[in-house]
Ligand binder design. Structure first.
Ligand code: NAP
Length: 288
């Protein structure tokens, strides 16, 4: 999709892009280019497909190619961290980066996924939430952001579920380091039961399950969400994902990955431009 609008590229255009593998499905170019065009900024945003083997030279290249910054997505959010000059705020806390700002030739890592996660939640649950259990499936970069986001939203107990229990244990250790008062339990995905799911007020999918070309979220989770629960799928798709569609049918309130995508993009936009993002324009790109 091209949403360049009245944006024209010339010799002074400032560039940003998305580094990931794959990136062809990414909606970020459409979001950012629409925002640049709306505000008349001489900036453009491009896809930057980079394999793990070429991540280090590609990231160094952002500096030499004069990029103002970049987003980082699957599978590089954690492996990019040691390649940067400095990590700030949530990126430093989580050792996961989704936004790079190039400042005076230095590569600064930020993480806007935590803000994106909490803001999208608050769009659906404006009264906020205090106490209760959040079940969080996944232990990668996005799950780190979701775990910190759930703590900030006031959840007192995290049930961390992953197919690799050691990965969930290390996420639990990180939560303990960042928010010692939050209780964390770890469950292997193969042991996930209806009881685990039903005790949670908030159920989050922060795995890649449900992305196009991947398997669906397992029935042990999807079959057991229902009324009085909030189901949050970080995976985004046009319309609903299999999980959010089922959750809606089963009476849950739903927070979708597209809303989080817009909020994390808006925060990255502000880091690059110093200006508030035109949120409604970005939302309109996704709703057509
Ligand atoms: P990642 O670091 O690669 O982590 C992937 C996670 O998925 C790991 O926990 C992995 O488990 C799990 N997983 C992968 N395949 C699986 C399978 N077959 N069965 C069970 N678990 C599986 O990726 P990420 O950066 O965290 O991203 C995860 C998802 O969040 C992606 O879909 C991404 O697009 C989405 N996301 C959305 C937003 C948004 O704004 N909406 C923001 C960030 C991320 P193991 O630990 O066992 O490997």
């Amino acid at each position: 999709m091209s949403t360049l609008g009245r944006l024209s590229i010339n010799g002074s255009t400032r560039l940003a892009g998305i580094v990931g593998d794959p990136v062809s499905h990414s909606l970020s170019p459409a979001l950012h280019n629409a925002a640049f065009a709306h505000l008349g900024l001489n900036m453009a945003y491009v896809p930057l497909p980079v394999s793990a083997a070429h991540l280090a030279p590609a990231i160094a290249g952002l500096r030499w190619l004069g990029f103002m910054g970049a987003n980082v997505t699957v599978p590089h959010k954690t492996t990019v961290a040691p390649l940067l000059d400095e990590l700030l705020g949530d990126a430093q806390a989580l050792r996961a980066v989704n936004t790079i700002v190039v400042e005076d030739g230095r590569l600064i890592g930020h993480n806007t996924d935590v803000d994106g996660f909490t803001r999208a939640f608050t769009d659906v649950v404006p009264q906020g939430h205090a106490g209760g259990t959040a079940l969080l499936m996944g232990a990668g970069g996005a799950a780190r952001a979701a775990a910190l986001g759930a703590v900030r939203l006031g959840f007192a107990h995290l049930l961390l579920v992953d197919r690799t229990p050691a990965a969930a244990e290390s996420l639990a250790a990180l939560v303990h380091e960042l928010a010692g008062g939050t209780r964390c339990d770890v469950v292997s995905l193969s042991d996930l039961s209806a009881g685990h799911v039903r005790q949670a007020t908030l159920v989050v999918n922060a795995t890649t399950l449900g992305m196009s070309g991947q398997s669906k979220v397992p029935a042990a989770l999807a079959d057991n969400v229902g009324v009085d629960q909030i189901v949050y799928d970080l995976v985004y798709a046009e319309g609903l994902t299999d999980l959010t569609a089922r959750a809606r049918r089963q009476g849950s309130r739903v927070v979708d990955g597209l809303t989080m995508l817009v909020h994390q993009a808006a925060a990255a936009f502000q880091l690059w431009t110093g200006m508030p993002a035109p949120l409604e324009i970005m939302k309109r790109v996704l709703t057509g």
